[in-house]
Ligand binder design. Structure first.
Ligand code: MG
Length: 388
């Protein structure tokens, strides 16, 4: 017996609650309105109560690539403990910060959320170490970047519909990601993707510092000279707190002062925008940002993290392991593409075996990559005897 369909009494919704009316009521003129969207590659009827950007957010959230972010490392690997961020929790933090900024500036929060959930979906296993390893493998075959791969996942790898590949996202969400994959294009992007980019950077600086302190890769003494930490000390009684409280106080104050500064400075820039619309603020080149003094302190923190965390011997070890495993899996699968899953074998003819193998490897979680390495490389020596 067929199930009755659930009917939602939309007739009872007040007209002011339609997404079109909500946008008209809440958004600033310079926001990207969903009603002005350039649409999708494959046209679809409007949804009754979700805007096109809300639908994009849901499609990304329900994609298999998004779920796999829970099994991909951000900076620290799963065997280092359970406290630190994964690629998924990083993404959620970025989305939260970006939505706060977007709502305060009266930008399109639904678009921001969709782009934030998409922004790191193309990360391969083992974070930036994995990305560098894949890039080295396919540098002569188009190269590999996680930003470009996110677009590829969204447009031709994820399977959601029977008549075409991909998630059929709106032009605006795809163009936001396109900007991330081609930042040297010299174009000024939509304000909403500028917000996602800034939130990404505020989130990873703060949480990488938090995780590195918790894991004992850094100590408090090393931080004392940093401009941002000195700013925090003026606002938060770090020295009177326990070790754990002190770390948490540092991180949330660090986020607060950067968010406050970004919002204050950006509001000053947007005051000039007046009644300009989304395209016009891009045309006049408005770039949302922190004050130059805060930006300079932020860059000092990033240099510090680069020297003392990302190059820490424990992470160099991770980098070497990731490079070895991905490189060997790449070479084996390139030599024996019949070991690829069926749909990837079909893509080999269309995309070339090199790119297809890179795509297959990039989709893996850290654990699956390790399992495949053991199964195909360590236990499959006979298969691989002529490539080692
Ligand atoms: Mg990110």
């Amino acid at each position: 017996m067929s199930q009755p369909t659930r009917s939602i009494p939309l007739r009872n919704l007040e007209p002011a609650l339609s997404w079109q009316n909500r946008e008209r009521l809440l958004l600033a003129p310079y926001a990207m309105f969903a009603s002005h969207s350039m649409g999708r590659e494959h046209s679809e009827a409007q949804h009754e109560y979700r805007s096109p950007f809300q639908r994009d957010r849901d499609r990304i959230l329900h994609s298999s690539a998004f779920r796999r972010l829970s099994g991909k490392m951000q900076v620290f690997t799963g065997d280092m403990g359970d406290y630190h961020r994964t690629r998924l929790t990083h993404t959620n933090e970025v989305s939260s910060l970006a939505r706060t900024i977007g709502r305060t500036l009266r930008l399109n929060e639904d678009l921001i959320e969709a782009m934030a959930l998409l922004h790191d979906i193309g990360h391969p296993p083992f974070g930036h170490c994995g990305e560098d390893a894949l890039q080295a493998c396919v540098k002569d075959f188009g190269g590999f970047s996680h930003n470009a791969f996110a677009l590829e996942l969204a447009t031709r790898i994820e399977q959601r519909y029977t008549s075409y590949p991909g998630l059929n996202l709106t032009h605006e969400v795809l163009s936001g990601q396109q900007f991330r994959s081609d930042k040297d294009s010299g174009t000024v992007p939509m304000l909403e993707i500028q917000v996602v980019d800034s939130a990404d950077s505020i989130a990873y600086d703060a949480h990488d510092l938090d995780d590195a302190l918790k894991l004992g890769l850094l100590n408090w003494q090393q931080l004392s000279g940093l401009g941002l930490v000195q700013r925090v000390r003026k606002l938060a009684p770090l020295d009177q707190s326990s070790q754990n409280n002190r770390r948490q106080m540092l991180v949330h104050t660090l986020i607060d002062i950067q968010m406050d500064n970004f919002l204050q400075y950006s509001m000053g820039l947007l005051a000039e925008a007046g009644q300009l619309d989304s395209q016009a603020v891009q045309d006049v080149g408005i770039l949302l940002q922190m004050s130059p003094e805060m930006q300079s302190d932020k860059e000092e923190l990033e240099d510090f993290l680069f020297q003392h965390v990302y190059r820490h011997p424990k992470l160099v070890e991770v980098r070497m392991r990731a490079a070895t495993r991905l490189n060997q899996l790449y070479r084996l699968l390139k030599a024996y593409p019949q070991r690829l899953p069926e749909r990837f074998q079909k893509w080999c003819a269309e995309w070339g075996v090199e790119h297809t193998v890179a795509v297959y490897l990039a989709g893996m979680t850290d654990r699956f990559c390790d399992d495949q390495y053991i199964a195909l490389v360590e236990l499959g020596r006979d298969l691989a005897q002529d490539w080692s």
